[in-house]
Design a protein around this ligand. Structure first.
Ligand SMILES: Cc1ncc(COP(=O)(O)OP(=O)(O)O)c(N)n1
Ligand SMILES: Cc1nc(C(=O)O)sc1CCOP(=O)(O)O
Ligand SMILES: [Mg+2]
Length: 216
């Protein structure tokens, strides 16, 4: 199943947390998958597979499992950084940072219906450029200090309203997003909130995902 035709770019977008054991021991992988499944069961509409490990076999296996999991939950799957992996597992799309390759090249490989997201940090000019290149959504952040990416550039909240006024694309807010601050991001213009820590370090990822999803 490919979700891009039917699933709006809106709501809770969870990004996979790092696994406890990068070697991918079976127990760690099962626990990791269980937490991701809980987030999907709680109402996350989009999942991004983000893994910086250099092991292509592990990445292919992970992404394949997440493809099956997202299909079971009616959620979309986006692959971070890696267009070839997105193609290999039939993901719904890819997320590209400013150094991760070009939108037109990704579009050529993945096709017209693919979701291509682009990181724009705190810069509206990058978002306008991404839109002109054919991006499907733009991501701004970090709106709050992030434990997952402590060195991320901080972005002001009013960037979201500016982007809403200047762009005709779904807008994703990322960085330190939690159940206490997500409503202000939505009110400022975010369509999607991308979250790692608040969901995956929660005692109950499903409950936290439910709370975040309810804001949208
Ligand atoms: C939804 C979303 N927004 C921003 C990012 C960050 O992408 P990038 O700048 O390429 O950094 P890495 O995630 O690759 O470390 C993202 N992944 N997802
Ligand atoms: C992957 C990523 N990119 C960011 C950016 O600002 O571009 S912030 C970030 C980490 C988001 O995780 P958390 O919800 O734990 O803060
Ligand atoms: Mg990247």
């Amino acid at each position: 199943m490919n979700c891009t035709e039917v699933l709006p770019l809106q709501g809770l977008y969870v990004i996979t947390p790092q696994r406890a054991n990068k070697a991918g021991a079976a127990g760690d992988q099962a626990a990791w998958l269980a937490r991701i499944e809980a987030a999907l069961a709680g109402g996350a509409r989009w999942l991004q597979y983000r893994d910086k490990s250099p092991d292509p076999g592990q990445r292919l296996a992970d992404a394949g499992m997440l493809r099956a999991l997202t299909q079971r939950h009616g959620a979309g799957l986006i692959i971070n950084d890696d267009v070839a992996l997105a193609q290999a597992v039939g993901a719904d799309g890819v997320h590209l940072g400013q150094e991760d390759g070009s939108v037109p090249e990704a579009r050529t490989l993945l096709g017209p219906a693919a979701i291509i997201g682009v990181t724009c940090h705190d810069r509206i000019d990058l978002a306008l450029e991404a839109a002109a290149a054919g991006a499907s959504y733009v991501a701004f952040g970090a709106f709050f200090p992030s434990r997952s990416k402590p060195k991320a550039t901080l972005a002001p909240l009013n960037l979201l309203s500016q982007a809403r006024a200047e762009l005709d694309l779904p807008i994703c807010a990322i960085g330190g997003v939690n159940a206490g601050n997500a409503a202000e991001l939505k009110a400022a213009g975010a369509d999607l909130i991308a979250v790692i820590d608040a969901v995956f370090t929660a005692d109950d990822p499903r409950l936290t995902a439910t709370q975040l999803a309810a804001i949208f």
